[in-house]
Ligand binder design. Structure first.
Ligand code: NIG
Ligand code: FE
Length: 412
């Protein structure tokens, strides 16, 4: 099957295969071709260039993109879209003055979602989760990481990871699974952290490895959740089962978790709303991608990740949604890109780099996703007619997506 997209007003994010991420000043550059064509063959990008060089071929389908921008689909490297029910009541409680922490301390928060998840069947959770996946695909997400972490029991965690496996099998979007058994301590282990970590290490991890249910391991390294030492034990155990760390860290407090994650060669460190100078230093010249989650900051009214300081320090930065029922009930990467520009003062070029190639890197998918590169997956967003790509973050509440192509298949 050959699809030719012709008369593209501007084709964004064209890269060589050698580019796996962009850092510091490089983030300001978004290579593009104006008045372009792009040829899809089966599930891959076969060719692209200026319209003058458009080959004379007879494809199976022609899409005329006059006035429209084409860019790679979003790479959302941090989500928790597999969950049961919602936490609307906590949302209203926060409006009425309670904090995220206060809600968690009285048994709400992650433990509330864990209760709902353990009471739901695998089928019910799958059905709720697939609705969210279909929603975000239509919003332009073509690769996504999904975490467990609302089971907090052997059965619950396996149930979540099996749902992720089923989503992987049934949808064209690239999905990476992360085991987040260390998301919170269940009430019965509140005073016996060691016993819960033993359960993760001795019961959950071996089964997850045997069934190949996850590629990555995560922990919520935070005051009141997992200490740096506890997170290190989780990373150590995960690594021994072949899982690569991707860690929730520095959301509310800087407690030294970034240095620990870097020590275990984490692929990414995520949240980073609170950063101290040492955190910046340890990230320099490493392979660990910092990931910002601006819609979480927006929803919880907490600080935004200091993107400008990070980019000035020469660091790379990825953007992701954090789609989850508690801190970010939204999986809209278009909103994330706009919020990064509006609130974190990232330029549109930087934000698009952060949400495509750097997001792909934070999922180990740079070789196949995140840019317009010959041989990469044909994962594309075609916008509605726009004056320039600056419209995407500028008109932050409008849906400017006309079509989405995933693995060469037009899904919208
Ligand atoms: O990334 N911070 C930890 N985990 C999630 C929120 C989980 C929840 O509230 O359900 C996050 O924000
Ligand atoms: Fe998260």
């Amino acid at each position: 099957m050959k699809i030719l997209i012709s008369n593209i007003k501007e084709l964004l994010q064209i890269r060589d295969t050698s580019v796996s991420k962009v850092s510091g000043k490089e983030m300001a550059e978004l290579p593009s071709i104006k008045n372009a064509y792009l040829l899809i063959e089966d599930n891959s990008i076969a060719d692209f260039g200026t319209m003058q060089n458009c080959p004379e071929i007879s494809p199976d389908k022609i899409i005329d993109a006059t006035g429209k921008i084409v860019l790679p689909t979003w790479c959302d490297s941090h989500t928790h879209i597999v969950y049961a029910g919602n936490r609307e009541q906590e949302f209203v409680d926060r409006i009425n003055g309670l904090s995220y922490e206060e809600i968690a301390n009285r048994g709400g928060g992650i433990l509330n979602s864990a209760k709902k998840l353990n009471e739901s069947s695998e089928e019910a959770i799958y059905n709720q989760s697939k609705t969210r996946l279909e929603e975000v695909m239509k919003l332009g997400t073509g690769a996504i990481e999904i975490k467990s972490g609302y089971g907090l029991s052997v059965e619950g965690e396996l149930k979540m990871l099996r749902v992720i496996k089923k989503l992987k099998a049934n949808y064209p979007v690239a999905i990476k699974a992360t085991f987040l058994g260390a998301h919170a301590f269940p009430t019965e282990y509140k005073d016996n952290h060691k016993a819960y970590i033993d359960l993760i290490v001795n019961e959950m991890l071996p089964q997850i490895a045997e069934e190949h249910l996850a590629e990555y391991i995560d922990a919520f390294c935070e005051k009141g959740y997992f200490s740096v030492e506890e997170t290190e034990r989780i990373m150590q155990a995960g690594t021994s089962f072949g899982l690569i760390p991707k860690i929730h860290v520095n959301q509310f407090n800087a407690i030294g978790g970034i240095a620990a994650a870097v020590k275990y060669q984490a692929l990414s460190v995520d949240h980073l709303e609170v950063m101290n100078s040492e955190d910046f230093e340890v990230l320099k010249n490493t392979n660990t991608m910092p990931v910002a989650l601006p819609s979480c900051s927006y929803f919880l009214s907490i600080p935004y990740t200091p993107a400008r300081e990070m980019i000035s320090a020469g660091l790379p930065l990825a953007l992701a949604t954090d789609y989850n029922p508690g801190s970010t009930p939204s999986g809209n990467m278009n909103f994330v890109v706009a919020t990064a520009c509006i609130k974190m003062k990232m330029t549109p070029e930087e934000a698009i780099n952060a949400a495509t190639i750097n997001g792909a890197y934070a999922m180990g998918l740079s070789e196949s996703h995140g840019s317009i590169t010959r041989g990469k997956r044909a994962n594309l967003i075609i916008t509605k007619p726009v004056s320039s790509f600056y419209q995407l973050p500028y008109a932050f509440g409008s849906n400017l997506i006309h079509s989405v192509i995933i693995e060469g298949e037009v899904i919208l």
